[in-house]
Design a protein around this ligand. Structure first.
Ligand SMILES: [Zn+2]
Length: 258
């Protein structure tokens, strides 16, 4: 049997239709992509995530296990309302392998990331505090934060594992502890992506077993099945994606229902 693959970061709830998602998952299963981590961007995604995770538990997702993360993405920081914490906690309890995400900081993207830095910081800190209290792994979005993304996470020592996705051109070496994982997409690792490939190479020099592939589906029209090619590209760049996948699964509790 071929090695199983893991898609560390996708937004399956943004699939254009249920029928499309079925065929996307069927293609993933055909290529041995056995787990897809699907993250929420805003509270409106939470119910659809419960439905997908439920379908996965009932074995109705074509043999692909779907693991959900609940959270509020920095792009939606401005519309977050303060009294959502109770709903948030109750939602996490409903998940088989609960994760918090997609949370983070974005000081670079245009448009949606227009929330003031202070608004983003306080929302991120509140979600980090909850993850720390509940000892849950997190899925993090980072864009042009310098090292701030790492210094913000550092004090929360009870967060068992962190997946960082986005632009991680500069990872401070001292920030990369064993609990950190980094995901890269086809768009960052394709042969013509010089900067993305350089970032992977640098990171692979110190943390080759902490780099995993992601599809970020449906962004850019890519799908979970594509992580097979992305894993091969990561390997060319010095990463060890199959060892990383095993470590990531363990750290994120992907195979063990609670
Ligand atoms: Zn995302």
């Amino acid at each position: 049997m071929p090695n199983p693959f893991i898609d560390a970061h996708a937004h399956l709830t943004d699939a254009p239709s249920a029928a499309k998602l079925d065929s996307v998952l069927a293609r993933a299963a055909e290529r041995s992509v056995t787990v897809v981590v699907t993250a929420a961007a805003r509270p409106d995604d939470w119910e659809p995530i419960f439905r997908l995770v439920g379908a996965s538990s009932a074995d109705r997702t074509g043999g692909v296990r779907i693991v959900g993360a609940l959270g509020i993405h920095p792009w939606y920081a401005a519309s977050a309302v303060p009294d959502q914490e109770e709903e948030f906690r109750a939602g996490l309890v409903r998940l088989e392998s609960p994760l918090i995400g997609e949370i983070g900081l974005d000081f670079g993207s245009k448009g949606l990331a227009a929330a003031p830095k202070e608004t983003q910081r306080s929302l991120f800190a509140a979600q980090l505090a909850l993850a720390d209290e509940m000892r849950l792994p997190i899925v993090v979005h980072a864009c042009r934060t310098g090292g701030e993304i790492f210094s913000a996470i550092r004090p929360f020592r009870r967060i068992p594992a962190v997946l960082v996705h986005g632009s991680v051109e500069s990872v401070p070496r001292e920030a990369v502890s064993e609990r950190f994982f980094f995901s890269f997409s086809a768009a960052q690792t394709a042969p013509d992506r010089r900067r993305g490939r350089e970032a992977v190479r640098r990171l692979a020099a110190s943390a080759p077993e902490q780099i995993v592939p992601e599809s970020d589906y449906p962004a850019g029209g890519r799908e979970p099945a594509g992580v097979v090619e992305t894993a091969a590209l990561l390997e060319e760049l010095g990463a060890r994606p199959s060892i990383a996948a095993a470590r990531f699964s363990e750290a994120f509790g992907l195979f063990s229902p609670k």
